[in-house]
Design a binder for this molecule. Sequence first.
Ligand code: AMP
Ligand code: MN
Ligand code: MN
Length: 325
Amino acid sequence: MKTTTKVIQDAVMGAERIAVITHIGPDGDALGSLTAVGLYLRSLSKSATLFCESSISRRFDFLPLINSVRQDVLTDSEYDLIIAVDCGDAERMGQPFTDIPEPKPFIINIDHHISNTKFGDVNVVGKTAVSATEVLFEIFNELEVTFTSELATSLLTGLVTDTLAFRTVGVTGNTLKIAGALVDAGGDLSVITMQTMMLKKPSTLPLWKTGINKAKFVDGVYWTSISKKERKKANHHALSSDGLVNFLSNLEDAALGVVLVEADSGMIHVSFRCRPPFNVSEIALNLGGGGHVLAAGCKLPGPLVKAEKLVVEMSRDAVLQQMQD
Ligand code: AMP
Ligand code: MN
Ligand code: MN
């Protein structure tokens, strides 16, 4: 058994009250990882509370334990272990982490972001893993955990969503082997793919209309921005562009796709995507965010036009620079 797996096993066995936290604005990997760890802890009869600061789309209702995920920490609750999943840095855990009183308990950080800051007391960051659930699969294998159909569904969800259904760079024969094992264990690939990849909110249509109408292209960078007003008019409450950034970055002449979305708070949520040989993780990191080589993001203060100017300037510079590398 790997040393880190042993440390995780000992920490879990020695803990009484465990907080499992995933990132703000959760995707399928975030919620798949969160519920997978919840199922594992439940199988050990451990008291575990699952946290995510943001509200969760009904689209994820097929995930086990999803209705037990809490947005806030009760003031009188105490935790002796934190398990962070799919979080590249501690800030990504948001309010649930902040609300756990100092001194913070032992932290297990399970992730796969290249930009991970190793904020845990033990850090298992699978640099080549396509999802945090792939990292969990390997850990659970070492721990000889039984892969029930529920656990398989949670783990497979992370693999499917972070690889855009096994289509991204980084998907290997081993990724497909793991996915195969999870399907054999009862993970429902078609339900997962339909719920997380195919279905779009009705608000996606007006949102994309606005975004596409405003899209601009300079020096290989396709970008667009959605103001709070435009977002509200489209009746779109999430900060994700529901795939628009992938659409822009997949235009044949794109080096980079960028979408800026203004939140209710006035903060700007920025999504970056690219195809090889480009790298958006560095741009996002330079702007205080993080992510992967081909998919990254950051949060910037408004106003929107100012954030847009900064992001476009940095993206154009990065493209010119990376074309010379
Ligand atoms: P998104 O464009 O929101 O789908 O995010 C793409 C990738 O960038 C994901 O792996 C996120 O974890 C990461 N990411 C997005 N926003 C941030 C942020 N504010 N800080 C750090 N990483 C981020
Ligand atoms: Mn994620
Ligand atoms: Mn992930």
